[in-house]
Design a protein around this ligand. Sequence first.
Ligand SMILES: [Zn+2]
Length: 205
Amino acid sequence: MDFSSKYLEQAVQEVSQLPGIGKRTALRLVLHLLKQPEDQTVSLAKALVDVKTQINFCTNCHNISDHKLCEICANPKRESQYVCVVEDIRDVMAIENTSQYRGHYHVLGGKISPMDGVGPNQLNISTLVDKAKAGKVDEIIFALSSTLEGDTTNFYIFKQLEGTGIKTSTIARGISVGDELEYADEITLGRSILNRIPFEASLKS
Ligand SMILES: [Zn+2]
């Protein structure tokens, strides 16, 4: 692609680094931004910078937050003895949308996937185990997608919790294997949290 401006080329280059965006789409987006009023483009740029510089991760559950503790962990009405283990913040949003769960979360930041070089140490697992061993948790609810990686991660954590006496359960999903939690409809997902089954029973099926 030949550009008539180095600024245009630079912007297209940056935008095309985003997932799913090729050079042509990047050019279309940049030309669109060029046509927009200046304040609108400046506020987009500011929002992107703020994402990187202002957002924190909750020190208790690793959810994305503007403060040290996320709104869920900071809310005294939430039942902190229940901890729902999820892969990322999109799952927290999906479960929150069901309005069926009043406990806390623990965001792992991914799933164990040796193929992608992701081991337990790259994920927020030790903080979950520490929290469980501190005696503040009654039940851990696994809500990872039912893929090989999700199952491996559940099982790894389950093994780490052995001997703690903490109840472990898994959401009972009416969703086919491999479906991502994020795409489950709210009623099915809400029901699956309420009708969760003991984790050990899920291993036998
Ligand atoms: Zn939190």
